[in-house]
Design a binder for this molecule. Structure first.
Ligand SMILES: [Zn+2]
Ligand SMILES: [Zn+2]
Ligand SMILES: [Zn+2]
Length: 252
């Protein structure tokens, strides 16, 4: 099965306009260092995880149909591309009802009436939709009350997406037990150092990956202020982990 990372960056993307840090300077010069806002695509079920503000650019390259959209949380960098989904007649959205309220509002505000479906998911509960099973788990991610990650089971493969999360996720033993040995872990690694209740830093993201011990681990949602791509690769090389790039294809 293939998974396509569409965007590997955080809320301001890399390069961030007017920023002159090393990552931003390099990304302006060499497109392979560019990081658009977090998003991924699962071709098997035509599912998009988080309609990033860069969705139009993602679709331009992807050129595939989207029928399902999972939303981790309703921060700008994870939902604001929603109006660009207007080219698809039938979409089903899956998330916590609070995030779906924002999604529905964006739809009504920019697109009016649509035949789109909104399926609320309670945290901590498995839902079986036939071709896939999903569990939405809650994470701590200030300054938003409701944020979560997903465990997706497709053809007996388990894909775990942390979404944006504070380092408190390392203490969620119940979650770690459930996802241990997953086929794929997509874990955020926003900053050099963790920000309590907000984002994971490099060391904590690696620690979490070690606890989960997935068959494949990819770090994403990387801020322009983090280490350079090569420095991050050096830090995870011994563990066999992967640092995401935009439009990277993963096979599991
Ligand atoms: Zn984010
Ligand atoms: Zn920068
Ligand atoms: Zn966020």
């Amino acid at each position: 099965m293939r998974i396509i990372i569409l965007g590997s960056g955080s809320y301001s993307g890399t390069p961030k306009p007017l920023c002159s840090c090393e990552n931003c300077i390099r990304a302006r010069k060499y497109p392979q260092y560019k990081r658009t806002r977090f998003s991924l695509y699962i071709p098997q079920i035509g599912a998009l995880i988080d309609p990033s503000p860069d969705l139009h650019y993602h679709l331009e390259h992807l050129n595939l149909r989207i029928g399902k959209v999972f939303i981790t949380h309703a921060h700008f960098d994870h939902v604001f591309g929603l109006p660009d989904l207007q080219i698809f007649k039938e979409i089903t959205f899956y998330s916590h009802e609070k995030a779906l309220e924002v999604a529905k509002h964006l739809q009504e505000l920019f697109l009016g009436e649509r035949k789109w479906k909104y399926v609320p998911l309670n945290f901590g509960k498995w839902y079986n939709f036939g071709i896939f099973k999903v569990k939405h788990f809650q994470v701590i991610h200030n300054p938003i009350d409701i944020a979560g990650g997903f465990i997706l089971e497709i053809e007996k493969r388990k894909i775990v997406i942390t979404g944006d999360t504070g380092p408190e996720i390392l203490e969620n033993k119940e979650l770690i037990d459930e996802i241990e040995g997953a086929n794929l872990l997509i874990c955020e690694m926003t900053h050099k150092y963790s920000i309590p209740k907000t984002h994971l830093g490099v060391d904590d993201a690696i620690k979490f990956a070690q606890l989960v011990n997935a068959k494949k681990t990819v770090f994403t949602h990387i801020s322009h202020s983090n280490y350079t791509h090569e420095e991050l690769e050096d830090k995870v090389r011994d563990y066999g982990y992967i640092i995401a790039r935009d439009f990277m294809h993963l096979s599991i």
